[in-house]
Design a protein around this ligand. Structure first.
Ligand code: 8YV
Length: 315
């Protein structure tokens, strides 16, 4: 019996690749020299697409697969999947939520501490001999007891808030509506009002057309010269030009970023901007979590081909 044909958009770790190749006829899109010609050839046989949160599946890719029934995303974010095409054709979509929540929340807190307590420059102070030559490292600002604003109190936003409570921080959040179970954290209807009452603004929203550039010049102005932005969601949630202007103009105190427009080819202005901590989109980047994400991505695929309900459907 022929194995179902699956279009794989980008590479996965070996621990996922081996079982995928064993179960399916895998067509590797990222290896194709001429991707359009490749899709024209293999597209008619494709029944499912296996992709990643950072790669998604475009309208053109979906259109080139007339027999496509399901897309399995490795990642919680599915903003790079052309959902309108899927809705129009009844194509099911799944993602990998929950298994990465704690790791992404951990990195968000680590980025806040590294940015505000300047652990990177402090290590450089030791390695360069400045400590011996120049004495104590310059004092930084406190983190504990300050005010945190969480933009998007979903699974990851909630996990961040829980951690920051341990730092004795005052927690406020913005979401479409007050969240049950978020008693003790202050609901604020919009991003500007949230920024006004925050020292550290965490961006933890799923990226949609509505949230595009939700962190804009007005929000950064409201955050003020002592404020910081921490983004572990998607770059599209932040107006990067406004952020760079605010950093270079001293309108905010700093930013810690795990995601960038056009990543990994980020805007070179970030490389020289003052007070910015740069991370390579590795929020979920632990072996345990990536194995769990891979298994869930594959389990959704096999559920589909077994005619079973998807484990974690988004469409
Ligand atoms: C993934 C992510 O690592 O889950 C997401 O949405 O952005 C990351 O956890 C990335 O999508 C991998 O492709």
């Amino acid at each position: 019996m022929t194995k179902p044909h699956v279009l794989q958009v980008g590479p996965y770790p070996e621990w996922d690749q081996v079982p995928l190749d064993a179960a399916y006829t895998v067509r590797r899109w990222w290896e194709a020299a001429d991707k359009d010609a490749f899709l024209a050839t293999v597209g008619p046989d494709i029944e499912a697409i296996a992709t990643r949160g950072d790669l998604g599946a475009s309208a053109a890719m979906i259109a080139a697969c007339p027999n496509l029934k399901m897309i399995s995303v490795f990642g919680v974010g599915y903003d790079a999947v052309h959902l309108a095409s899927c809705k129009a054709r009844g194509i099911k979509v799944s993602n990998t939520p929950d298994v990465l929540t704690e790791d992404v929340a951990d990195i968000a807190v680590a980025m806040l501490l590294a940015l505000v307590r300047r652990t990177g420059p402090a290590e450089a102070w030791v390695r360069s001999g400045d400590w011996a030559a120049k004495g104590m490292f310059p004092l930084t600002r406190k983190v504990s007891g300050t005010r945190a604003g969480i933009l998007g109190l979903g699974r990851i936003g909630t996990a961040i808030a829980r951690r920051l409570q341990g730092f004795g921080m005052e927690i406020a959040y913005s979401a479409r509506a007050p969240k049950p179970g978020a008693e003790g954290w202050t609901f604020v209807p919009d991003a500007v009002a949230l920024a006004e009452r925050s020292d550290h603004l965490f961006v933890a929203l799923a990226a949609t057309a509505e949230t595009r550039h939700i962190v804009n010049a007005r929000v950064l102005q409201a955050l003020g010269p002592e404020g910081t932005v921490i983004n572990i969601s998607r770059a599209a949630n932040v107006d990067e030009a406004a952020l760079l202007d605010a950093l270079e103009g001293g309108k905010i105190a700093g930013a810690a970023l795990d995601v960038f427009e056009g990543e990994p080819n980020l805007n070179p202005r970030f490389l020289t901007a003052p007070n910015v901590l740069l991370q390579p989109h590795h929020g979920s980047g632990t072996v345990d979590t990536r194995k769990a994400m891979g298994k869930l991505m594959r389990d959704n695929l096999s559920a589909h081909f077994a005619g079973q309900p998807l484990l974690t459907p988004v469409l």
